[in-house]
Design a protein around this ligand. Sequence first.
Ligand SMILES: Nc1ncnc2c1ncn2[C@@H]1O[C@H](COP(=O)(O)OP(=O)(O)OP(=O)(O)O)[C@@H](O)[C@H]1O
Length: 412
Amino acid sequence: MGVEVVVDGLSKSFGPQTIWRDVSLNLPQGEISVLLGPSGTGKSVFLKSLVGLLKPDEGKVVINGTDICTCSEKDLYEVRKLFGVLFQDGALFGSMNLYDNIAFPLREHTRKSESEIRNVVLEKMEMVGLIGAEDKLPGEISGGMKKRAGLARALVLDPEILLFDEPDSGLDPVRTAVQNQLIVDLNAQIDATFLIVTHDINTARTVPDNIGMLYRRNLVMFGPREVLLTSDEPVVVQFLNGRPDGPIGMSEEKDTALVEAELAKHGRPQVPPMMPQLEVSPGLPDRTAVHRRKDRVLRQLRSMNPSAQEEILKSLSSDELALYGFKSPTTGSWPQQQAVPQAPPQTAPAQAPQPAPAQPQQAAPAQPQQQMRPSPHPRQPEEESAWPGGLQAEEDSAGARRRWFGRKRGER
Ligand SMILES: Nc1ncnc2c1ncn2[C@@H]1O[C@H](COP(=O)(O)OP(=O)(O)OP(=O)(O)O)[C@@H](O)[C@H]1O
């Protein structure tokens, strides 16, 4: 199962150029998160910082209890083994065929025999739909195949965290859609924590469980897809809808007078309806992260905007609504006061409509503290296990805002 990545107060500059500052977010274990942002906002720098290829100036990146920003080289080497990275062009060795490219990390970093290596390589090539292309050289295949070969290579060491740097760059819309389905299917199969940097709006709307956005050297938001996709924050609406009018201009930040003139002419842009998230292909296992996420998101429901709450509640079956303490909808409308469950579902494991998530009593104590950003008022584990109402009901609004929208400058 994937591991959680906790990013706390991360800042990075190159000389006088601040790339981003005070970035805090948690990548929940096994979930798919997407990082968006205009060109040059430092998304690739962020990925490299997560894997320890770049050293941030301040802050922590904690993985399995190790802060990779301050740990020893030896510990960093161990933590890096948890990562698989898919670079934009697949980063394949041009002189090696696909089989040898994919086998490379196994030959370098393990003591597996050639027959064991063969089994792993063929298994991963099958997962990404490349069986039969073992002997091809990178120069003989399409960009999409190169990316899939890079993905197979990223998978051979069974990563618990998989980073994708613009996996859809240079792909046509159909291949992008096929690749998105592959990403969701892979997540179901390996249950690793995924972070995808992308510019593709369709990918952002349909693939992730969580979305974050970098803009003007800050993380403007990070949270469940429902929060970002229903947000009326101007930069988020503009970016997620690919609109020319809004605060983002050719050089990232537009002249304020121009933004105001656009607003006067077009009005505030409408937030379009949410697109459904891609489901796993038939015949594959369910994504267990979806079940874990349900518990996590429902605990935090109250800190979200009403539209996001509505979308989350709409995604629950009537069995789940009952299980989590909500009334079943009869009219299709969702009174907000129902958005707070009244009591923990004591009998959850036995009555769960789906296997993995429906164990709030078990799931909540597992890592509740780690799912949250550090709070000035940390709670004790025993308090947090009192799912579902207590956690959020007690949370101060500043804590809730920090969790979804990042910290304000200077705020700790
Ligand atoms: N090693 C480095 N040394 C100095 N500056 C760097 C280095 N790496 C990146 N930068 C600068 O950091 C900024 C952010 O770059 P980055 O590639 O992370 O942006 P991005 O958001 O991924 O952009 P895009 O969406 O266009 O790929 C750029 O101005 C870039 O020139």
